[in-house]
Write a new protein. Sequence first.
Length: 130
Amino acid sequence: MEPIQIDWIVVFLAAVVNMLIGFVWYSRWLFGPLCTDVKIPKKMSKAILQGVYGLLVSLVIAFFFSFFEAFLGVTNVTDGMFVGVCFWLGFVATTQISSVIWEGKPISMFFLHSGCKLLSFIVIGGLLGA
């Protein structure tokens, strides 16, 4: 088996894009007012710490996307986007629907949160597949 090549610059770019999508998605200009469980920190140090954690999570997501797309031999945007949809359907949608089934959360919250991840995964998959 050949070693898998990871382009770390594109992984970092995909992580930043993931964070930007979440920032816009949950902003007051888009879906932020609909979501009551997203808290805006009052202290700047807490906001910075949350940003660092968010970047770390985004880097892990982007790294594994890059790893699996390289392993699968994805070489174009369309295939990368398809991988993103498959990851979302197989991992995100199935785990987030559990909060609706078992915790009784509204289906609208499922669509709000998983919709953000679907968009992020499609963009990350396409970016890394290019």
